[in-house]
Write a protein that binds this ligand. Structure first.
Ligand SMILES: Cc1ncc(COP(=O)(O)O)c(C=O)c1O
Length: 445
């Protein structure tokens, strides 16, 4: 007997499998089907499922207190988590503030930038420059920042016009240039954008150090962020790194921006900070940003009712401690190198694979119709959808990242398994992908 479900699902006309439980890198639905969690749901379950230490921390804190309001109290778990983040984050990024979702974190990041300029006495700065082929969240402010055309489109009339820059998408350069002869024009265009808007109006620049849902691990040339940092400094623009996916070891460094050797002013984090065990996100800001506000108005009011609640921060602290105690950042780097090698072997075998990219356990595979001439699939051919559907049928969950090129074209998938994944599980994933990509080729080519 089918039980009536009054929950609204992404596809209102499709029956969803019902999750039963998870253990390590695997998920089990109510029908008994087993899935390898190749993307941590949405780049989130960084420790895998049902880790006893996390459950224990959750239980211990729940027995003491779950909620106390941040205007009335701080808590020991929040203090410990902030200290742990200040140790993990680069340079002088030492001060954290908490929310519940990645979207809230990126919105708080731009509000923090605005507040910094207000407290500096520069009231005209409000504009935030972001990039096309990006995703910063679904709330109105975060979606306004996002250059994910498919996700923006439906709400376009309600959004601010933030995205300005083209992404550093070397495989399909939108400027039709080639690295290194291009002189990293994709980074230099920031200067034009600032000049065109007027530096006196530009508060911040925000980007994902490795693009997630909108591009499957597109990073950029090695000098990309050094150029961005220089331009931000030249025009008094704060640099925000959206590390909602890339934070806490996902790319084999504590934070993704560290691959580029620069320090942003503000980091937005989410997902990995609690590994999906509770809703938790936040921002970390530099001494300069913090001290300017502390010595300026001395106040920071924006936030959410449940922000920094003791339960979420206790779980977050235990997750971050687990990552550090078990050297999972280094594990992500090593395992990612192995997995990438295996994916490159798949590329040699399957002409449909245009590019394998990414760092650590944040890897992307892009699919093309004709590799030699770099011809995309048409959106309606459904290359990404076919790979995702066949993977799920074969017991592997991976994440779709469609439309990086112009909203329609660009077919890719993200592979972001738990940082705790074993060698055998990675081999299982590669073998399923080999089969799935082979079947997709037969169907589409
Ligand atoms: C880079 C990035 N920023 C922000 C968000 C928004 O996070 P949330 O879905 O938790 O609101 C996401 C979600 O996928 C993301 O990938």
């Amino acid at each position: 007997m089918t039980v009536k479900d009054f929950t609204i699902h992404p596809n209102l006309n499709r029956e969803m499998p019902v999750i039963d439980y998870g253990k390590g890198s695997y998920l089990y639905d109510k029908s008994g089907k087993k899935y390898l969690d190749g993307c941590g749901g949405a780049m989130t379950a960084a420790l895998g499922h049902a880790v006893p230490e996390i459950i224990e921390a959750m239980k211990e804190q729940a027995e003491k207190i779950c909620f106390a309001y941040r205007f009335q109290f701080t808590s020991e778990p929040a203090r410990k988590l902030s200290e742990a983040i200040s140790q993990m984050a680069p340079g002088s990024l030492n001060w954290s503030f908490y929310s519940n979702s990645g979207s809230e974190a990126t919105e708080l990041a731009i509000k923090m930038a605005r507040k910094y300029w207000l407290d500096t006495g520069v009231e005209s700065k409000y504009w935030v420059i972001s990039r096309w082929s990006s995703y910063h969240g679904i709330t109105m402010g975060a979606l306004s920042l996002s250059g994910n055309i498919r996700r923006r489109m439906r709400f376009e009339p309600m959004l601010h016009k933030f995205p300005q820059l083209q992404p550093p998408y070397c495989y399909n350069c939108l400027f039709e240039k080639t690295y290194p002869e291009c002189g990293v024009y994709c980074a230099r265009q920031l200067e034009h954008a600032i000049q065109q808007i007027g530096p006196q109006y530009v508060a911040a620049f925000i980007s994902e150090p490795f693009i997630g849902a909108s591009g499957a691990a597109i990073g950029g040339p090695p000098e990309y962020y050094k150029i961005i940092r220089e331009i931000c400094d030249k025009y008094d623009v704060l640099m925000i790194s959206d590390e909602v996916i890339t934070g806490f070891g996902r790319t084999g460094k504590n934070f993704g921006i560290e691959h580029y050797g620069v320090e942003p002013d503000i980091i937005a984090f989410g997902k990995g900070v609690s590994a999906g065990y509770v809703p938790l996100s936040g921002i970390t800001v530099s001494d300069r940003v913090y001290n300017t506000i502390k010595n300026g108005s001395g106040t920071w009011a924006p936030g959410h009712t449940l922000g920094a609640n003791p339960l979420a921060t206790a779980v977050g602290y235990r997750v971050v401690k687990y990552i550090m105690d078990n050297n999972l950042v280094e594990a992500s780097r090593e395992k990612g190198e192995y997995l990438k090698e295996e994916f490159l072997k798949l590329q040699a075998k399957h002409p449909i694979i245009g590019e394998v990219r990414g760092k650590g356990l944040m890897l992307g595979i892009e699919f093309v119709k004709d590799r030699d001439n770099k011809v995309f699939f048409e959106a309606k051919e459904g290359a990404t959808e076919t790979v995702i559907r066949k993977s799920t049928e074969n017991g592997l969950i991976i994440y779709p990242a469609k439309g990086a090129f112009n909203g329609d074209k660009g077919d890719s998938v993200l592979i972001t398994p738990p940082l705790t994944i074993s060698r055998e599980e990675m081999d299982e994933m590669v073998s399923i992908l080999d089969h799935v990509i082979g079947e997709t080729e037969k169907e589409l080519l």
